[in-house]
Ligand binder design. Sequence first.
Ligand SMILES: [Mn+2]
Length: 338
Amino acid sequence: MPLPLEQAIEVGHSADVAVARRVARELAAALGIDLHGCDDVALVTSELASNLVRHAGGGKLLFVPLSTPSRQGLQIESIDAGPGIPCVNQALTDGYSSAGSLGNGLGAVNRLMDEFEIAPYSGQGTHIVCRKWVRSIRLSLRPCPFEVGVATRPKQGFDQNGDDFVLKQWAGNTLVGVIDGLGHGEHAHVASRTARNFVESHYEQPLTSLFHGAGLACQGTRGCVMALAVFDWERNALSFGSVGNIEARVIGSSTPVNFMVRRGIVGVNATPPHVSEHEWQVGNMLVLYSDGVSARWHWQDFPQLLGKSAPQIAQGLLRALAKPIDDATILIVKQATL
Ligand SMILES: [Mn+2]
C-alpha cells in the first residue's frame, strides 16, 4: 500500500483548526494508527493549531507520513514566526497556566505522542516536531516464560512512596523498571509516578525515547532516577538502560552481565541512558533495586530463597536489606516456577 502524501495546512483562523484536525485524523487512520491513537493525534493537532491561531499570529502545520523498515508513523510539525516560548520547561509542566503563550498544552502533546522535540528558544518563531508510531500487533506464540515480583515500601514514617516500578507485557516482550523520585514523601512520589505513567503509556517505544519523553514529562517535578529493562522472549535478549542510581544485577549467568549506568536525573538534566543489549540465559535472575536497599549482599547468603517465586524473593530480600531511612524497592525477573 503506498504511503499517503505529505500535507501542509496554513493555520490562520479558528476555522482552520477543524480542518487540520480532520486531515490529521484521516492520515493517522490511513497509516494504520489505532482508534485511540487517532484520537490522540486529533487532540494534539487541535492544541497545536489553536496555539498558532491564538499566540503566534498563524503558522503552518506539516503532516508527514513516515515509513522505516520496521514501522510506520505520522510526524506533525508546527512552524510559526511568532514570539516563541521563553520557558519550555514551565510550559511542559502540568497544571502550569501558560494562558497567553504558545506553550499551552505542550505537556499533553508530549504525553499523547510517542516523540516530541522543540527547537530551543531563539526569540523568533517556534518549531515543534512530534511523532506517533503505529503500534505493532505482532503476536507471540510462546507464553511468557518469566515471572516478575516486586516488593516496595516508603521510608519509615511516610505514607507516600517516592519509589515506583513499571511492569508491562505484550507480544513477546516484558518491560520492567524501578524508579526513585528524588528525596521522599509527596514530591518524590509525584516525580516517580509521572515517569511511570509516561513509560507505561509508551511501552513499545525504544528505551532512549522512553527516557527522553519521561524526562520532558518530569520537568517541573523534582526528577527521578530510573532503570528500564526490556526482554524479548523469542530472541532470549535483554535491553537495558539506566540514568542515575538504580542498581541492577544478573544472577546465575555463565558469563558476567555488566550494565553501564549514566549519572544524571530524569527530568532535571536531559541525560540519555546508556542502552546495552545482552543475551538472556534460561535460569538467569534479574534484580533491580533502588538505593533504599543496601548494595552489600551476595545471593549465596540467601539459600532459603533458592527456588522460591519472584514475589517471595523480592519480599525476602527487601525485608533483609531495606534501609529505614529511605523508600525501598526490589524487582525480580526470573524463569517462571512451574
Ligand atoms: Mn532513594
